[in-house]
Design a protein. Structure first.
Length: 340
């Protein structure tokens, strides 16, 4: 990308630890190497916590090729914090918010590891857990992408894999489906923590940059399966996910951005009649919610219902205005001003 710059610092400080006993002890002589890519925007304290957790994972250090942080025009002095406190990080600085997919591709282009681990800035690494993912990927050559069990700080389980958006799941609640406890092929993974083979990413030319935020990992999983590789969930490996911290301040816009990605995903992977029917079902569900809550206004005294009402009203307007990209999180107006 033309509007970014990379800072390459001395990376020796994190990578010179000897390897103690670990799940990878039998693989010490093998050329395993993982590049860690983190995308951030105005999440300085969360990012700091993640980088500290990486530092503390001593058994993993000999296998880390590099840690790359892609900073999407943060205004909270993220860049200063990284340069001063984590000089071993390769920092890529974007002058505007590029979105997840484009930023991830930037990280891929600068990485050199055989495996690439994508971590949200609101995650924390638990010692020895990433090693389990590396070992699993090394032993299962047909797995193209692997995801761990995401957990809350108290180790309560989170949803860690996903189902492909479809008309069926617009009707059947996904919560009725159980969480597996052993390595399992799944339709898709939650993108907070995913490990992908470099050769797979090179074959697919990375993430589809039409997805600004949300569903880029689902699209990747679909394409990985399309070239004959497996998508695997590994519940034995755990990563802490401080769920919702990165988009919580812009919840309504974040949900609209999800719908923008959903609209693009359905159009990309289905024929036009299916896409039209899917859109119609989504509009119908949105309309019904608004009618019910409008007829029962006392429900609006509940904070969550009130927020949902604003969201669904905004969503209906978005549908009626032709599903524009500019309604979500992407800085379309700013980009246009810069180009003028």
């Amino acid at each position: 990308m033309s509007d970014n710059k990379a800072n390459n610092k001395d990376q020796g400080s994190i990578f010179d630890e000897s390897l103690p006993d670990s799940p990878l002890s039998a693989l010490r002589s093998m050329p395993l190497a993982v590049s860690i890519v983190i995308i951030t925007r105005d999440t300085k304290e969360l990012l700091k916590g993640l980088l500290i957790s990486i530092e503390k994972d001593v058994p993993l250090k000999p296998f880390i090729k590099e840690v790359i942080v892609v900073n999407n025009a943060s205004t909270d002095e993220t860049d200063i914090m990284v340069k001063e406190e984590f000089p071993w990080v390769m920092l890529i600085e974007n002058e505007r918010n590029m979105g997840f997919a484009a930023s991830a591709n930037q990280g891929i282009s600068r990485s050199t590891g055989a495996y690439i681990l994508f971590l949200n800035s609101d995650t924390l690494v638990i010692p020895c857990e990433i090693e389990k993912m590396l070992k699993f990927m090394d032993e299962n050559k047909d797995v193209g992408i692997c995801g761990p069990q995401l957990v809350y700080p108290d180790m309560e389980l989170q949803r860690s894999f996903a189902y492909i958006p479809s008309l069926l799941f617009e009707i059947v609640p996904r919560s009725l489906l159980s969480t597996p406890r052993s390595p399992l092929d799944v339709p898709s993974l939650i993108g907070a923590a995913i490990m992908v083979r470099r050769e797979v990413l090179e074959t697919l030319t990375g993430f589809d940059e039409r997805f600004f935020f949300f569903l880029e990992e689902t699209d990747l999983c679909v394409r990985i399966k399309g070239i004959g590789h497996r998508v695997a969930f590994l519940p034995e490996a755990k990563v802490i996910h401080l769920q919702g911290k990165t988009v919580g301040k812009k919840w309504v816009k974040g949900r609209i951005e999800y719908n923008i990605s959903l609209h693009k995903f359905i159009q990309k992977h289905h024929v036009a009649p299916y896409s039209m029917l899917f859109k119609g079902v989504r509009i119908f569900k949105t309309f019904i919610f608004l009618v019910v809550v409008t007829c029962l206004p006392f429900l609006l005294f509940h904070k969550k219902t009130s927020r949902s009402y604003i969201y669904y009203f905004t969503l209906l307007l978005w549908y009626l205005s032709g599903c524009p990209d500019k309604a979500g999180l992407r800085p379309i107006a700013k980009s246009m001003e810069q180009g003028a």
